[in-house]
Design a protein. Structure first.
Length: 144
């Protein structure tokens, strides 16, 4: 597991139709503040502020085809015009299990990123794909 020190960030949060919504700076839109969205938004700020990943190279919740199914990944970070990292976000009370790991591996069979990660905000795991081997990584790579 990787310990993430989340940076402080002044999230834009407001009420709409008796629900809290949060502004996503990547998608430039407001979204219902679900527990999973809270994890996603904090993780995005970790990548941008702490690891210095360019916000312009982060894709959030895009649809992909996995076999005959249509799925949505949480985050894909691009480098050199190629998918470099995929991150699957879960709400904090979801344990990182075989099912959650299998989900991101299925997405990566289509995306072919070098790094795959799963986080629930409290616990985070990261692997590097090298010559069809999955290697545990103990820290997120810096951008440069």
């Amino acid at each position: 597991m990787i310990n993430i020190a989340y940076p402080k960030f002044d999230f834009k949060i407001k009420q709409r139709d008796h629900k809290e919504i949060i502004y996503d700076e990547i998608r430039r839109s407001w979204f219902i503040l679900t527990p999973e969205e809270w994890v996603r938004q904090n993780f995005i700020q970790y990548l941008i502020q702490t690891k210095k990943y360019p916000a312009s190279l982060i894709a959030v919740e895009k649809e992909i085809a996995v076999g005959e199914l249509r799925k949505r990944f949480d985050l894909v970070i691009y480098k050199n015009d190629q998918p470099w990292m995929i991150v699957e976000c879960k709400q904090m009370d979801v344990k990182l299990s075989h099912n959650t790991i299998s989900q991101v591996l299925a997405y990566n069979s289509k995306i072919q990123a070098k790094y795959i990660a799963v986080t629930n905000g409290n616990n985070t795991v990261l692997w590097q794909i090298e010559l069809d081997k999955i290697i545990d990584a103990n820290a997120f790579p810096n951008w440069d």
